[in-house]
Design a protein around this ligand. Structure first.
Ligand code: PGA
Length: 240
């Protein structure tokens, strides 16, 4: 694992946006794996800025998001569909049919998981996968105890994840109980993985990640099986 320690959130976002920009410029038909949450917001802002400055085009880019809540309509203000529209898609020239996010409203969720996995195999794997890390070590919504060999699947969110994400909702009860997530195995197929961590809230998870022992109770540790991971952590996430 390559480790990049940066001063703060802005520097982390700049470094990550630089890697995404390079990936888009270096590939004729780039495939990006994208994450949601608070961590990548700054990176998306910088990518939109690069697009507006004419330095980047998303015309040939395909994107796959890691996860989506079950039961939230794409138009729901807290759905990851809506997040992606607000933070990236509606601001750049990416054709809508080149953006993929699991459908948390699908009538048959198992079928939707198989369908998503098929799409990933058809167009993927991502040239570059952006990941955040949960305080409990989750990647995507692969919660502690997840199978390292698992494909896209339905997951019950850990209580700690629902508590951590309650800040995005009006009340903790509104946080959905389940989600669809790309599996650890689907994530590990990506050619390059960029893991972002900012703030002291993430310091314990980063420390455990760097201990390097694969442990299903700490899903991010599966990244030690991958050849090309770059951790970009700011000083607070790195424990100063
Ligand atoms: P955050 O979430 O970016 O909102 O901290 C990261 C995660 O839970 O994977």
């Amino acid at each position: 694992m390559d480790i990049v320690i940066v001063k703060n959130y802005i520097e982390m976002s700049k470094y990550a946006a630089g890697l995404v920009g390079d990936c888009i410029r270096e590939n004729d038909q780039p495939v990006l794996g994208l994450a949601t949450g608070g961590t990548p917001v700054g990176m998306y802002q910088l990518l939109v800025r690069q697009y507006r400055a004419g330095l980047l085009s998303f015309k040939n880019v395909r994107t796959f998001n890691l996860d989506e809540y079950i039961g939230l309509d794409p138009a729901h203000s807290k759905s990851y569909h809506r997040y992606m529209q607000e933070h990236l898609f509606s601001h750049v020239d990416i054709p809508r049919d080149q953006t993929f996010i699991p459908d948390g409203m699908a009538g048959n969720l198992q079928k939707e998981c198989r369908h998503y996995e098929k799409l990933l195999k058809k167009f993927g794997p991502p040239d570059l996968q952006i990941l955040g890390i949960g305080e409990n070590g989750h990647i995507g919504f692969n919660e502690p105890g997840s199978d390292f060999d698992g494909p896209t699947h339905v997951i019950r969110l850990a209580d700690s994840t629902r508590e951590a994400n309650a800040r995005y909702f009006q009340s903790p009860d509104e946080v959905p109980s389940h989600a669809i997530t790309m599996g650890v195995k689907s994530i590990l197929r990506s050619k390059k993985i960029v893991l972002l961590a900012s703030g002291e809230r993430k310091a314990a998870a980063v420390k455990r990640l760097l201990e390097g022992k694969p442990d299903p109770d700490f899903p991010a540790s599966a990244l030690s099986h991958h050849q090309h991971v770059i951790l970009i952590a700011d000083k607070k996430a790195f424990g100063e």
